[in-house]
Write a protein that binds this ligand. Structure first.
Ligand code: FES
Length: 107
């Protein structure tokens, strides 16, 4: 069996047209389609990291993609700790990257 390209007009399933969704991540507008996750839209825009680790400030983005690792946390419309790989984007979502410094050690 080989894969073959189908022209959209010949596709028997004829998927319905999808609505565009626009989100704002740290002031940058990004466009996706309805049903896409926030992580999907951000990755499709070419950005691979949107969070920094508390230790070392290393960049993080999508790791597991299934809601297990919590590497993709973002702030969505003011709500913290949202997993970008699990949250479907809604048109107009205001997304902010999340970075929490460790509390200073009492020495
Ligand atoms: S990428 Fe692992 S929880 Fe989102």
């Amino acid at each position: 069996m080989t894969a073959r390209m189908l022209r959209p007009d010949d596709d028997p399933i004829r998927p319905a047209p999808v609505d565009a969704v626009e989100i704002i991540l740290d002031g940058e507008a990004m466009t996706g389609v309805q049903g896409q996750t926030i992580a999907g839209i951000v990755l499709a825009s070419g950005r691979l990291a949107w969070r920094r680790t508390s230790v070392g400030g290393r960049p993080r983005g999508l790791f597991c993609g299934i809601g297990v690792c919590f590497d993709c946390l973002v702030i969505v419309n003011g709500e913290r700790d949202v997993r970008a790989c699990q949250r479907r984007a809604v048109d107009g979502d205001a997304v902010a990257s999340q970075y929490d410094r460790l509390p200073e050690a009492n020495a």
